[in-house]
Design a protein around this ligand. Sequence first.
Ligand code: GSH
Length: 340
Amino acid sequence: MRAHTALDEIAADGAFKRSDAGHRNKIAAGSAFAPAAGRYHLYVALACPWADGVLSMVHLKGLEDVISVSKVHPTWVRTRPDDPNDAHCGWQFRAPGDPPVPNTLGHGANVVDDECVPDTVNGCRTMRELYEKGRDTHGKYSTPLLWDKETGAIVNNESLDLLRMLNSAFGKLGNALDLFPPHLEAETAALNEWIYPAINDGVYRAGFAQTQDAHASAVTALFAALDRADTLLATRRYLAGAELTWVDLRLFHTLVRFDPVYVTYFKCNLKRIAEYPHLPNYVRDIYQIPAVKRTVNMAHIKMHYFTSHPLLNTFGIVPLHNGFDLDAPHGREHFGAEGK
Ligand SMILES: N[C@@H](CCC(=O)N[C@@H](CS)C(=O)NCC(=O)O)C(=O)O
């Protein structure tokens, strides 16, 4: 298989079909990947909803001194610029103070801000180089990725696995917060069954579709699911009731990108989140948790989508709108102990 990106994952009917993550090792006491402070390094794109959820979990669990982090620059670049036969584009590392980055057609000057953190562990220039160092040569070279410094290996690049591991595998190295409470296991799994395909992945299926039918069917399912979520959140503070869980984290990171990016870039324009009765305050409620807020970088989010796929946005122009005011009062404290 040649090096590829999500943009290559198109089925015969023109629909985007996300491939499964390839690295699924688990961190567990007594296993080859034992929990330990200072052993693991997390690679994220702040623009990526999956990676941002994982980074939120690092902060929510108080694991910032246990797991170190690198953050890529938002704009994809040619990963083998010297090889004319290799057109792969993907994430690269840049250090604050480096010159701005144009898109792969040479348009634009996308600033390298202080939130870019180079690969201090492996010294790689791109995520592709890192995967290759971890003996994966075909990708896709996605974030998030957890790296084991001790054995020089990729531990896992699937965000839901990572969320689960960060929640409980590090034991006393983190705090006691539990976003996977056993009594809500069945309910959160059932929520994820429609929220993941229709909303989290649905926006990508709307945006990367290469036929009208594939786009229309993704958008129709997406807005039906948004309506369903809004109705649910009219009577409960969080998706599963009174407690914040991992499905909220996942839904939040998609919704916070929706009005500034997906409405225009992925053509999800039947409605903005701002127009829903309950979703905007739900988004604000979660955004205003300090551990989550510090992971939301709207400049990185917008810059990534609008500058990384010249096929969809040739000149890499980034629209000005940042979405509704995330700091406004959310007014959802009135939901009591039962979430009602
Ligand atoms: N299944 C993965 C998906 C991660 C993913 O698709 N990340 C995107 C950014 S949002 C990426 O890095 N894509 C690289 C590419 O398509 O080449 C997860 O949930 O962790």
